[in-house]
Design a protein around this ligand. Structure first.
Ligand code: OAD
Length: 243
């Protein structure tokens, strides 16, 4: 039996699947994966340096400009057939969707996301008092170029407004890992899509699945060896796997 037919049998039998997605899920929507070289103005920066409290402290305008450019780029992107296949599966069985991605492409494909482990490009909070802050979408015209540094707005308390995303070294949103772990523990299948599995605690969810006897299937052109490996991309493989 081929890997795909073995995986299709497991998907068909699953009644309580959990899905964990990473940046590879959105790659075919034109959203660069986290470890792809950044383009244009951002090319000379290491994303880890920009997506960090240190990066923010040393140049909030540069970090704010980058996130606003990414938010505009995601708003212009469209869910790909992989997102749509996951959403269709979720209409057939109760599916717990856990994502490391900060984009909204799963939601726009029609999925309900249990948790964004690393926050969202479209949520903001005060860097000083932590209060959530509403910020309108960036003007799409910033996509004409590569984006540029922009002074972040100030909250009423005087603090700067920052993206409510998880930066390196920061804690995940309250309760995110608890609900993700509970979902994996209760699942009868874990489908892992498009993640390099190098960032913890999110990467630990596949290990938790193994520890709980939950079978794992991985869709990735460069599988990490965390389960039954389907070597290929989200947009190509998921419609065949989940149809
Ligand atoms: P990475 O950029 O680390 O890994 C992307 C994964 O997707 C790799 O394993 C690729 O092989 C795979 N991939 C690439 N194109 C794909 C495609 N078309 N279909 C399927 N898979 C594809 O992104 P993540 O694993 O998501 O955290 O990174 C995890 C976290 O590291 C991110 O959430 C971010 C970063 O630090 C924070 O921002 C806190």
């Amino acid at each position: 039996m081929s890997q795909l037919s073995q995986a299709r049998a497991a998907v068909t039998a699953a009644r309580r699947p959990a899905v964990l997605t990473g940046a590879g899920m959105s790659a075919e929507s034109g959203v660069p994966t986290f470890r792809d070289a950044l383009t244009g103005l951002w090319e000379r920066f290491d994303p880890a340096a920009l997506a960090s409290p240190q990066g923010w402290a040393s140049d909030p305008a540069l970090v704010w400009g980058w996130y606003r450019w990414r938010a505009a780029a995601v708003r212009r992107a469209e869910p790909n057939p992989g997102h749509l296949a996951v959403a269709a599966w979720g209409r057939r069985v109760p599916l717990q969707l856990i994502t490391q991605n900060v984009d909204d492409l799963h939601e726009r494909a029609g999925s309900e996301v249990l948790t964004h482990l690393h926050g969202s490009l479209f949520d903001y909070r005060c860097a000083r008092c932590g209060e959530p802050v509403q910020v309108p979408d960036p003007d799409p015209s910033i996509l004409a170029g590569d984006g540029e540094p922009e002074q972040p707005p100030r909250h009423d308390c005087g603090g700067l407004v920052r993206p409510a995303v998880v930066w390196f070294g920061e804690l995940l949103p309250e309760g995110a890992m608890e609900s993700a772990s509970a979902a994996v523990d209760a699942a009868d299948l874990l489908l892992v899509i498009g993640t390099s599995g190098v960032v913890y605690p999110a990467a630990g969810l596949a290990d938790l699945a193994h520890a709980c006897g939950v079978p794992v299937i991985e869709v990735n052109p460069d599988p990490t060896g965390r389960g039954l490996a389907l070597r290929g991309t989200a947009a190509e493989l998921l419609p065949a796997l989940l149809a």
